[in-house]
Write a protein that binds this ligand. Structure first.
Ligand code: ACO
Length: 429
């Protein structure tokens, strides 16, 4: 807090008096009232369902201006990173705070290659999991067990252990995700290949000899890399907030990230990319018109998946980049992808309808990702796993940042109790 900040206050007038509360100003001028003294001074708490108005920490990682459609990692605009940076550069930036110099990037990338294998026992464990189970459920379970396989990197108070766990998570998640996918199609796992880069290796471990080669292969590598970059962090979203909450109890980073995977799986969060594709397929297969579908949305029978966002009340800047990518991959004059065409029409119809514009509902990051992943050959239930691979640097960065936050306390919200007043168990009074 700067001296300047200390002088800024707001006054809360309540029955018992007036409480002065400090106001902090963030890098971009956004202002936050600190409520630390509220309960002690007034006996009152605040009620903020969904934490829509609550900053639970100070953070230096990601800046979002939802009204202006701005997203920056460590100050760098997402538009620059999406076209100019590799996923590993962005992962390094998000976690360590600065873009890597070439030597640092090589060292980082070498460490990830060296650690990409998983223990044979862990492979057997993953192979024994239900093959038809949802990959997000299997991924969360597998990430949780990393703490058991690597109990030399579970101590949050030891920086070297946290660093080792960081490398292990980043290195092994693609290997685990690809193995889960191959099990689901009854194919043998493919070991990591340390001659390939991070994204290429993941695609190779997933599709093996069916991975596209030549120009198409290059295009797919670039597209997956860009999608991972676009997902790398998004400040205190549901899964990242979950990672912080779990980590605040001093739980290890594997347990915290596994919790993030679980939070991401829900259709209101990362699971929306799967839900969007199922919605598009449903519209196509049922023969419903777009107009009729939107009427059902407005009647609140269904949600328009991939639309709306807690923070963006204007275009999600990620969705703009993804739409461009989708049209590069799917919009061939001779044979445009039918679900992409449908998505374009659905978007246009929703944006021409006052129900959506009045509520500031625009396409979010998930609206076009599914159609891209589908055309690459990923099944619908793997889309959210790809999101998790992208979001991993963000989860790690927030976990680590929290460990060094001087204001850090265990996350323990209050409640507004509206249940029964005291009553006695029969026969006890
Ligand atoms: N379709 C139809 N109506 C919607 C939608 C939608 N997708 N999203 C919000 N609304 C409506 C609400 O019904 C509400 O209307 P009302 O004021 O008349 O009651 C209004 O818009 C405000 O919506 P809230 O639910 O208050 O918005 P909130 O910020 O709580 O929810 C969320 C955000 C969960 C993303 C929501 O927009 C949604 O469910 N979208 C669809 C799922 C989705 O795409 N999720 C991915 C989000 S991005 C991410 O997590 C990676």
């Amino acid at each position: 807090m700067s001296e300047d900040d200390k002088e800024r206050t707001v006054e809360l007038h309540y029955e018992g008096g007036v409480l002065k509360l400090p106001v902090f100003t963030g890098t971009e001028g956004e202002r936050t009232i600190e409520l630390k003294t509220l309960l002690g001074s007034t006996g009152m708490t605040t009620l903020d369902p969904g934490f829509g108005n609550t900053a639970s920490c100070s953070s230096k990682i990601t800046y979002i201006d939802g009204a202006a459609g701005i997203l920056r990692y460590r100050g760098y605009p997402i538009e620059d990173l999406a076209v100019g940076a590799t996923f590993l550069e962005v992962a390094y930036l998000v976690i360590y705070g600065e873009l890597p110099e070439s030597g640092q990037l090589k060292e980082f990338s070498d460490k990830l290659r060296e650690n990409a294998d998983i223990p044979a026992d862990m492979g057997t464990l993953i192979d024994a999991m239900p093959r038809n189970g949802h990959p997000m459920s299997l991924l969360a379970s597998a990430v949780n067990t990393l703490a058991a396989y690597y109990d030399d990197s579970v101590d949050p108070s030891d920086e070297n252990q946290v660093e080792l766990a960081t490398i292990r998570l980043l290195a092994k998640l693609p290997t685990i995700a690809a193995r889960i996918y191959r099990n689901s199609i009854g194919e043998k796992p493919i070991a990591p290949d340390d001659s390939l880069d991070y994204v290429e290796n993941f695609i190779r471990m997933t599709f093996g000899d069916n991975a596209p080669t030549g120009n198409l292969g290059d295009l797919f590598n670039k597209a997956v890399g860009m999608l991972l970059v676009l997902h790398a962090d998004h400040e205190l979203n549901c899964s990242t907030a979950t990672v912080r909450v779990v980590g605040s109890s001093q739980a290890d980073i594997f347990a915290s990230v596994a919790s993030g995977v679980n939070a991401l799986s829900g259709p209101s969060h990362g699971g929306a990319n799967q839900a969007v594709l199922e919605m598009l397929e449903g519209i196509r297969d049922s023969g419903t018109s777009i107009e009729d579908f939107l009427e059902r949305v407005k009647a609140r029978e269904v949600r328009l998946m991939g639309f709306g966002h807690r923070v963006y009340k204007n275009f999600d800047p990620r969705s703009k980049e993804i739409k461009v990518l989708a049209s590069q991959i799917l919009d061939h004059d001779d044979n445009p992808d039918e679900l992409f065409k449908l998505a374009l029409k659905l978007e246009a119809a929703a944006l021409a309808d006052s129900y959506f514009t009045e509520r500031k509902l625009y396409p979010n990051v998930d609206f076009y990702t599914g159609v891209i992943y589908r055309t690459m050959g990923f099944p619908n239930n793997m889309f959210t796993v790809l999101f998790a691979l992208g979001r991993l640097p963000g989860w790690i960065a927030h976990y680590r940042e929290q460990l060094h936050d001087p204001a850090f306390r265990i996350a323990r919200p209050r409640q507004h109790y509206i249940g029964s007043a005291e009553r006695r168990y029969p026969g006890q009074g």
